[in-house]
Design a protein around this ligand. Structure first.
Ligand code: FRU
Length: 482
């Protein structure tokens, strides 16, 4: 084992894992780092019937400083998870300051991983326009567990000359009889955009086009994805530096999509950004198509540079991944909704109708709630100090002290027919109208029983609820610890 790998692995001892595991805020059915910090999902794919879920991982530090590599889980059914060896640690000149985000492509029975090597040169640099390395790196695997040495595919000098050093997060797809790679970029004059490269062999890449917004839309676009749904093509991206307009763009950094023209060989201008998840803790999602042809998306349940926090840092871990969500296109909107495998976690089921101003404690906070509000103005109290309200036009999610600085988020919505809520010990994923809108948040209220009540009934008589207790996912640990 090389020294960098040894340092990367060292904090992942059984003792540290056990301390982390003892934290009551650990989630029951979401993926989290075994110890330390997790951010973006990476390299999502299904290979030889196994789903691979890689992620940005800093085991040695719950605030994510230094030493960022890739962690790795596998699953066959999204209920049983196996922790696997970490494929990348920052041990190459190109990635000494982090094996950053990237993607997977399965081709001819080989798993190809592409990612950003991040390094900072010693010296007096601003690390935006000078002094930073952002290279596209590549490795291959025949089994999904052992990888060829890292290969540098593109260096900063290979990118268009008007770009700053911030060019990252390659996503590669097979499309129109060629391979296309999209990377997110910041120009020298601080405009966010996406760059498209093309290849016939996955090793040699040529820049073919640039995707820019009609009007400047933030200073940097992170984690782009090229997503085909029903024959239409979309660019997913995470723009940074977009100002809030009304109830739009309330989050610190955005996540959402633009529709693209299907010809990736020519420059395009995009308009009309659709926000994807409106919660406090959602960023850097990545999608993939599985062997059944489903387009599945997983997001990072977290967001960088925010002024709210998580008490889990004191317990030596931070962040999680969202549930895997099926993407479907409905006219011009992409819906997202937990994949059907998650129903396999359902336990006890209670159906009940709730009246005004009564507190119900149907059971564990680790649950799925299917709610049908009758009426178009209502307020529901979920858990201790979390409230969701709809006034016929505006949906609001509001948190009290359990939000640790998370206050409120809003979405303008014409009609709400249903709410589907996945609640875990310290998280909520809320889907409105079966996935037309989504909000993801963490909250730390220490509750173990779901408490539901309503007020401000106005024209509402009752809500109909289905409460499903959810059992824990099954974890198997890192085989190297055995
Ligand atoms: C998004 C991001 C990516 C980068 C990675 C580093 O959260 O900043 O752009 O590759 O995280 O961990």
């Amino acid at each position: 084992m090389n020294q960098v790998r040894q340092e990367f692995t060292a904090p992942q001892t059984q003792e540290n894992r056990n301390k982390v595991k003892a934290d009551p805020n650990r989630l029951a059915y979401h993926l989290m780092p075994p110890v330390g910090w997790l951010n973006d999902p990476n390299g999502l794919c299904q290979f030889h019937d196994t789903y691979h879920i890689f992620y940005q991982y800093t085991p040695g530090n719950p605030t994510g400083q230094d030493h960022r590599g890739w962690g790795h889980y596998t699953t066959q059914d999204f209920i049983h998870y196996q922790e696997e060896n970490d494929p990348f640690v920052p041990d190459h000149f190109g990635d000494l300051k982090g094996s950053y985000s990237g993607s997977a492509l399965i081709q001819d029975d080989i798993m190809h991983l592409f990612y950003t090597g991040n390094n900072k040169l010693e010296g007096d640099y601003d690390y935006i326009n000078s002094g930073r390395i952002h290279w596209v790196m590549h490795a291959m695997s025949q089994d999904g567990f052992h990888f060829t040495p890292k290969e540098v595919l593109l260096e900063n000098k290979d990118y268009p000359q008007n770009l700053s050093c911030h060019v990252r997060d390659p996503k590669v797809i097979a499309y129109n009889h060629a391979y296309y790679m999209v990377v997110g970029a910041r120009t020298k004059d601080s405009c966010g955009q996406a760059e498209i490269f093309k290849s016939s062999n996955l090793h040699d890449w040529t820049h073919v086009s640039t995707i820019t917004p009609i009007q400047r839309f933030g200073y940097m676009w992170e984690c782009p994805d090229l997503v085909e749904l029903d024959g239409r093509l979309f660019l997913f991206a995470c723009p940074q530096g977009v100002d809030q307009v009304g109830y739009n763009y309330e989050a610190k950094y955005q996540n959402g999509y633009f529709e693209l023209d299907r010809n990736l060989d020519i420059d395009q201008q995009v308009d009309l950004f659709h926000e994807q998840d409106h919660g406090f803790d959602f960023y850097a999602p990545q999608s993939f198509v599985d062997q059944a042809g489903r387009r599945i998306l997983i997001g990072w349940m977290g967001l960088p540079d925010v002024d709210y926090t998580k008490p889990t840092i004191q317990q030596n871990w931070q962040h999680a991944l969202t549930l895997p969500r099926l993407l479907t296109l409905h006219q011009n909107k992409i819906f997202q909704y937990p994949i059907s495998e998650i129903e396999g976690l359902r336990n006890k089921h209670i159906h009940f109708d709730i009246q005004e101003n009564t507190i119900y404690t149907p059971g564990s906070v680790v649950c799925e709630l299917q709610i049908r509000p009758q009426g178009n103005a209502w307020t529901l109290h979920l858990r201790k100090d979390c409230t969701i309200t709809y006034d016929g036009k505006l949906f609001t999610l509001a948190l009290g002290s359990s939000g640790y600085g998370r206050s409120s988020r809003h979405i303008e919505i014409d009609t709400i027919d249903s709410l589907s809520i996945w609640s875990d010990t310290s998280s909520l994923e809320i889907f409105i109208n079966k996935g037309e809108y989504a909000l993801t948040t963490q909250l730390f209220d220490g509750e173990t029983e779901m408490r539901l009540s309503s007020d401000l009934g106005m024209d509402i008589d009752f809500y109909s609820y289905d409460h499903f207790e959810i059992r824990e996912k099954v974890d198997k640990e890192d085989p190297t610890l055995a």
